[in-house]
Each structure stands twice: as structure tokens, then as C-alpha cells.
Design a protein. Structure first.
Length: 340
């Protein structure tokens, strides 16, 4: 075999091997793309127009967790068909809530060295109206019934409520003036009827009653309390102990919350309860698993909340009065809100 023949053989071998490598890469990419689009076992998702003003009956909107090109985008389904095809908006949120055509979207801003976060107020067409820097990892968000106030909580340090080594920052903003209380720890605390001051206070999980009154969790001295907040007076008044991540019922009479139950594991300490605000009577729901979420009332008698699932999180539902059983509402979803 002369030199020219050897060079030709070598060139053919390089081309063949290159073709095999390219084909393998393209085949893998094609498989990956199909996996993203087909989402075996997951709900079908398609791009489309999403509005926070339900135009065709009541809708459920949430952060879509299904793998594929629309993961982390806000998506909607008819409220009566929670497992139906999803319409994805193109807007990505880590945490989300909406009411009266106003949305609060907590987003990550990916940087070269580290991620930062921001709280974005959205209009009914998911257009950005205003944004605020968020000083930590997003964890809770709520909009007042009128849409005139939004609230959000972030972890300043730590990434879980299960232990004691964490710090939160909670803010409330007025969507009419864009004025913001960027740290509710500056509010005066009234504990057991007396002014209270401490250096270890943490506040999180706002739920609004109206444009002035709200509820939240206050942690201090190793205990957690349900507090009633007054925006105008800038006060927080304790109401009940061992309440975390409260959620006010649509009729304003009850609070759904996660309660630390003695005897449960330290890394899974919570069960879902409901508190009657008039009598301060507690009712355990039928959900027996650990709940680390701020539940949502889908109506005056039903709770919706997230639990870990195959795609990251699933939404479940359970009666609020303690009867019945928990059932899966839809898979691959978190941070829900009902529209209409």
C-alpha cells in the first residue's frame, strides 16, 4: 500500500467515524427533544395565550413542572379539568399567586457567577408592571382579594422551615402606588396583649383579608404564632400558637395552616390543619403526609396544596373540615391560583 492509498484510507476512516459520532449526537438530541415534547406519563402542554382574567369559566393557573420546553412556565387548565391539556404562557415563575387580574411572580435572574431573584407584579395579560429586588430564595407569595396588595417571602439564609437555622424576609407592596414595606420585621409586635421586642423574630407566609388586614406567621423564642397584621398601624398581633404558612378561607372565617405535631420526625414535622378564627378550634384534615406548603382554598370547603412528585411537585386536595380523604388533583404542578 503506497502513501497515497494510506492517506485515502485514513481520510475515509475519519469521515466514517465523524459521521457515526454526529449521528449519535443527533439521535440523542432527537430522543431528548421527543422526550421533552412527549413527556411520557406527563400532561400535554402547548404554548398559547394565558390571561389572569378567566374568560371561559373558572380556571386554575400554576407553575408547570412537566419536563419539556414549557417547564417552570405559568400554565392554565379549566378548573373542572385539572388533568386536561395545559396552555403555557412563556412566563417563568418560581412562586406565583394571582387575584382580581393581578399576579405576583417570583423569578430567578441567572447570572454568570450566581443567581439573583426579583418579585414581579404582572397585569392580567402577564405583562410586567413593576418589579422589586428579592434578597433571597423565593418561598411564598400572595395577592390580596382586590389585587391592590402583593406579598412575598424569601429565605435570606437556609432553604427549609423544618429546622431553626434559617432567616426569612417578607415584604408587602401596594400595586397602586408601588410603595413597599420591604421587611415586616419592622412592624411593632403585640404578643399576648403586650408590646414585644426580640432580635430573633422571623415573619413569613402572608395571607390577605383585605387591603389593610392580613395574617402571617411570626417565629420567636423557638415558637411560631399566627399573627394578624395591620398595614396602616404597622402592627402584628399574636392570635394562636403553632401556626405556619396560614391561608385564609374565602369567607374569612378559617385559617388553613401547617402545624408541627409532637412525635413526628424533625425533617417532616407538619400536618395540615384548619383553625376556626372565632372559636380558635383546631381541626386536623385527612391528609396524613408531611405538608411544607402554603395551602390554597379552592372554595370554602376544599384545600389545595403541593407534595413531592415525579416531576418535582404534584397538587393534591382534601376537605377542610376533616372528613374524606386526600386525592391527587393534577401532577407536575406547584404554586396554584384560581381565576374566576
Amino acid at each position: 500500500m503506497n502513501r497515497t492509498t494510506r492517506l485515502l484510507v485514513l481520510l475515509v476512516a475519519v469521515l466514517v467515524l465523524g459521521g457515526i459520532g454526529t449521528g449519535a449526537v443527533l439521535h440523542a438530541a432527537d430522543r431528548s427533544g421527543k422526550k421533552d415534547q412527549e413527556q411520557p406519563g406527563g400532561p400535554p402542554v402547548r404554548a398559547g395565550k394565558v390571561s389572569l382574567q378567566a374568560s371561559q369559566g373558572r380556571e386554575l393557573v400554576f407553575r408547570n413542572m412537566a419536563w419539556g420546553p414549557h417547564r417552570d412556565e405559568l400554565a392554565t387548565v379549566p378548573a373542572g379539568q385539572p388533568d386536561g391539556p395545559r396552555t403555557a404562557s412563556g412566563v417563568k415563575c418560581l412562586r406565583f399567586h394571582a387575584a382580581s387580574g393581578t399576579g405576583i411572580c417570583l423569578q430567578a435572574v441567572h447570572g454568570a457567577l450566581e443567581d439573583t431573584y426579583r418579585a414581579v407584579v404582572l397585569d392580567a395579560n402577564l405583562h410586567e408592571l413593576h418589579s422589586y429586588p428579592a434578597v433571597g430564595i423565593p418561598t411564598r407569595s400572595r395577592v390580596s382579594p382586590s389585587g391592590h396588595h402583593v406579598a412575598w417571602t424569601v429565605f435570606v439564609s437556609g432553604d427549609s422551615y423544618s429546622g431553626t437555622d434559617f432567616s426569612t424576609r417578607t415584604a408587602i407592596a401596594d400595586t397602586r402606588s408601588w410603595a413597599v414595606d420591604d421587611n415586616l420585621e419592622t412592624y411593632a409586635v403585640i404578643k399576648d396583649g403586650h408590646p414585644y421586642q426580640a432580635h430573633d423574630t422571623n415573619i413569613w407566609g402572608v395571607t390577605f383579608a383585605d387591603d389593610n388586614r392580613f395574617y402571617a406567621t411570626l417565629a420567636t423564642g423557638g415558637h411560631t404564632y399566627l399573627v394578624q397584621g395591620d398595614i396602616a398601624a404597622r402592627t402584628l398581633t399574636t392570635l394562636h400558637e403553632n401556626v405556619e404558612c396560614p391561608s385564609l378561607s374565602p369567607d374569612g372565617t378559617r385559617i388553613a395552616y401547617k402545624k408541627r405535631v409532637p412525635g413526628l420526625p424533625a425533617d417532616a414535622p407538619w400536618r395540615l390543619y384548619v383553625l376556626d378564627l372565632r372559636t380558635m378550634t383546631e381541626t386536623a384534615t385527612a391528609e396524613q403526609r408531611d405538608i411544607d406548603d402554603q395551602a390554597l382554598w379552592s372554595d370554602t370547603s376544599t384545600l389545595v396544596y403541593a407534595l413531592p412528585g415525579d416531576y418535582g411537585a404534584d397538587l393534591w386536595t382534601v376537605p377542610a373540615e376533616g372528613s374524606g380523604a386526600a386525592r391527587k388533583l393534577t401532577g407536575a404542578a406547584v404554586a396554584p391560583a384560581y381565576l374566576g
